[in-house]
Design a protein around this ligand. Structure first.
Ligand code: ADP
Length: 176
């Protein structure tokens, strides 16, 4: 029976969480494993529809995703959660709830995320059209002990992906 685990990607908007979660999803699916992606942007249009970006709503969002990730993980699924999840305390709470948990800090300088501006949100935040945007006028608390740190400003997607796969193999979640 496949061992379940939650791989939790945290980082600024545009850091590369979705890209890496999708790339990892394809690799694992191609190996015949059961895998599911919980992507922040998708979650906010259904499971967490109506929630905003106050600390309280962000924490509620993460608790909901943590609840689903726990169910999947308990049932032997590899769950890939890609959410900014800016607060350290709620990430710790989620880790403790799930147990089989691997935190990936998708580290990328704000200037690089802003230059990428994948969704045009930084431009809108700078123009004052969006308030409480992480990294601009809302905090991001970097992980202090993530199992994996990827630097997407100087690694290719393949290099970052290889680090995550190695970490999963080392911990016995994947066959080498
Ligand atoms: P997020 O989900 O964190 O908001 P996205 O995955 O939507 O970020 O966007 C990240 C962007 O950075 C993509 O355009 C991706 O191609 C690029 N990128 C460059 N290098 C990497 C890397 N090593 N890992 C992930 N993304 C990268």
């Amino acid at each position: 029976m496949q061992k379940g685990v939650t791989v939790w990607f945290t980082g600024l908007s545009g850091a590369g969480k979705s890209t890496l979660a999708q790339a990892l999803y394809r690799v694992l699916r191609d190996r015949g494993l059961r895998v599911e992606v919980l992507d922040g942007d998708v979650i906010r249009t259904n499971l967490s529809k109506g929630l905003g970006f106050s600390k309280e709503d962000r924490d509620t969002n993460i608790r909901r995703v943590g609840f689903v990730a726990d169910l999947l993980t308990r049932n032997g699924v590899i769950c890939l959660a890609a959410l900014i999840s800016p607060y350290r305390a709620i990430r710790r709470e989620t880790r403790e709830r799930i147990g089989s948990f691997l935190e990936v800090f998708v580290d990328c300088p704000l200037e690089v995320c802003e230059a990428r501006d994948v969704k045009g949100l930084y431009r809108r935040a700078r123009a004052g059209e969006i308030r409480g945007f992480t990294g601009i006028d809302d905090p991001y608390e970097s992980p202090e002990s993530a199992e994996v740190v990827v630097h997407t400003d100087r690694e290719t997607v393949e290099e970052s992906l290889a680090k995550i796969l190695s970490a999963l193999e080392e911990r016995g979640y994947l066959a080498p």
